[in-house]
Write a protein that binds this ligand. Sequence first.
Ligand code: FAD
Length: 414
Amino acid sequence: MKRYSAFALAREAFRNHQGWERAWRDAQPKKHYDAIIVGAGGHGLASAYYLGKNHGIRNVAIIEKGWLGGGNTGRNTTIIRSNYLQDPSAAIYEKSRSLYETLSQDLNYNIMYSPRGVMMLAQTEHEVRGYRRTAHANALQGVDTTFISPKKVKELVPIIELKGPRYPVLGALWQERAGTARHDAVAWGYARACSDMGMDVIQKCEVTGIQREGGRVTGVSTTKGDIGCNKLGIVVAGHSGHLAEMAGFRLPIESVALQALVSEPIKPCMDVVVMANTVHGYMSQSDKGEMVIGGGADGYNNYTQRGSFHHIEETVRALCETFPMISRLKMLRQWGGIVDMTGDRSPILSKTPVENVFINCGWGTGGFKAIPGSGWGFAELMAKGHSPLTEAFGLERFREGRFVDESVAAGVAH
Ligand SMILES: Cc1cc2nc3c(=O)[nH]c(=O)nc-3n(C[C@H](O)[C@H](O)[C@H](O)COP(=O)(O)OP(=O)(O)OC[C@H]3O[C@@H](n4cnc5c(N)ncnc54)[C@H](O)[C@@H]3O)c2cc1C
């Protein structure tokens, strides 16, 4: 694969851009692989990439029923932060955030990581106490966050209204090195690097069954035929319950729609990400100038990839009271994704009751930020059978009542 560089850009400019190669091969399935990953979202692709890069396992297929990145990975609002409360969460999310910092160089693909800073507004005394507690916990975990005053909030976000009609802004949990990245580019960058290592990224190929013999996985049935494998990684977010059923076990997961919307583009007016969890909405400005807006998840299980209308109204109302100047903006687009929610709002990175089947799911409303760290840990789990990063996120925690409770950090926020 030819490297992308300033020199390559200049060379192609002189050749009318006729010399660019395909970013990844359009692969067809082989008969057998050392490992198959189901789901070419960010987590599946990152898992495959680190299997190859860190563990030398390169005879790998990543099988996707639609197009790569077409699930939640290409539908999220791209917030990256690591200010979670519990130690295992801080470890995996901070590993992820730090990998994001140099991911463009690592993949030789510009993922447009923008460490612009993320703030979570405290609008009740309860939230003030909660976020101060998180800031203290983060200090012990080596995650750089601070609790800032309303004056500092206004300095960082001049368009904010501090004395909202329902809730005043009393401060915020601020993570300066948090930010955003281009979500499709994360999927494309990993896919290109996987393909370059000789892996097969197989699109438009749905897994319809999981073949087992004596409690071990032997392969998968797909719409492009049967494919054998020694190890299987299930990384399909909102469809995890279906795949687990094919493998013969059940998951403590609920699938619900989560939606987002963007406005028409306007001049730059906000260069940080603001999350207002009490009134229930968050906003950032994309590089194109659109205001990127997200709200809460639907209150009932569904697979619609659309989201219910009352959430749009609630989210827009919350943001109009936080940023009155957006009240006259026109909304351009609205869409949804199917997110996979666990009871403790933490992911599942685990072995399963079927030998050599591993599952990576439960990232719910906030897994974009975790893609590199999750891939790193899950690849280690698949390759070696254990990983310090994934240890606390096993399936057995639900049986043993050993939850990693992140309902404050992840319940509404992303
Ligand atoms: C509106 C919205 C906003 C969000 N905002 C944020 C945010 O700001 N920050 C953040 O950190 N997170 C956010 N998230 C969450 C984040 O997008 C997800 O946690 C993350 O993208 C999950 O990635 P994934 O690779 O696990 O899943 P996906 O990207 O959904 O990939 C799973 C893939 O599996 C494929 N698949 C399913 N079944 C099969 C099958 N049978 N055979 C083959 N392939 C199959 C699907 O087609 C899909 O492409 C948001 C999510 C949504 C929906």
